[in-house]
Design a binder for this molecule. Structure first.
Ligand SMILES: O=C(O)CCC(=O)C(=O)O
Length: 272
């Protein structure tokens, strides 16, 4: 029977997410959160984890990144576990709870071109179904420096080979038999790009199969910091993709084999 009160909150957002592969959520985090996370990134930079990497080529203004800092940073633990982030993750996965797969911050120093290459998140992850990446900018950022997506690319059925992001470490295990990511920027007819002017605290949530990139334009006068948090449906199971997967899968003590539910100590189930 149709509800008298209309669709439940979030239902329309999930419908848009399923159809377009991306939704913008203005003001998902408030400015207090943005400042706390900017300070968290500084702490992490001063004390990098085994996953830390510099993404920019040697000699260029620095773009760096680290992952799984919820393990040791209290503010990253709080934002990934009990802020508006997991609620959005669960909503977009179509569930009441979500499995926290990974947090990953990125920091481009003032003037750096961030240039995260076009890629899909999905082929880096040993997961048997798509998940949601909630990307939040912690600084105001103009279109083209911010996240760029090819809307609808989550629904083509094509998975492209993972591509190396880092200039300082190897983040993928090895070769893939998948086809390489196409040259999106030279083919606007087949790959129409969407990007947004965003304020600190705004989020863009994307389906893990969505082609996305950042940064053909630099943020000149201040750092450009952002946090990606990846949430999966509670029923998600481990699927060993072999060498093409991100190397962190071999570094973390998750003890998972193909077919196991991923939720557990390393990938906690969060009930917002
Ligand atoms: O912010 C960036 O530079 C890249 C973000 C991204 O591609 C991701 O988190 O999957």
């Amino acid at each position: 029977m149709p509800s008298k009160t209309g669709p439940a909150p979030g239902t329309e957002r999930r419908a848009a997410f399923l159809e377009r592969g991306a939704v913008v959520v203005p003001g998902l985090l408030d400015l207090d959160w943005c400042e706390r996370l900017q300070a968290a990134i500084e702490r992490c930079q001063a004390s990098p984890s085994q996953f830390y990497g510099v993404l920019s080529p040697p000699g260029e203004l620095k773009v760096d990144s680290d992952l799984f800092r919820w393990f040791d940073d209290p503010d990253i633990a709080e934002v990934t576990h009990s802020s508006p982030l997991p609620a959005l993750g669960a909503e977009l996965c179509g569930a009441d709870a979500a499995v926290l797969i990974e947090d990953q911050w990125f920091c481009s120093e003032p003037g750096a071109i961030s240039r995260s290459p076009w890629h899909q998140d999905h082929p880096y992850y040993n997961l048997d179904r798509p998940f949601a990446t909630v990307w939040v900018t912690l600084d105001d950022v103009a279109a083209d420096a911010a996240l760029r997506v090819v809307e609808g690319s989550h629904a083509t059925g094509i998975t492209y080979a993972p591509i190396e992001f880092s200039s300082s470490i190897s983040t993928i295990g090895g070769a893939s038999e998948l086809e390489p990511v196409p040259d999106v920027d030279t083919d606007p007819e087949n790959f129409p790009v969407t990007t947004w002017d965003l304020k600190a605290g705004d989020a863009v949530a994307i389906d893990s199969r969505m082609l996305h990139s950042t940064g053909v334009r630099e943020v000149a006068d201040r750092p450009f910091r952002r946090l990606s948090t990846r949430y999966a449906h509670p029923d998600t199971r481990y699927l060993d993709l072999g060498e093409q997967a991100a190397v962190f899968w071999r570094m973390l003590p998750h003890g998972l084999s193909t077919g196991d539910l991923v939720a557990g100590e390393v990938f906690p189930l969060i009930e917002p």
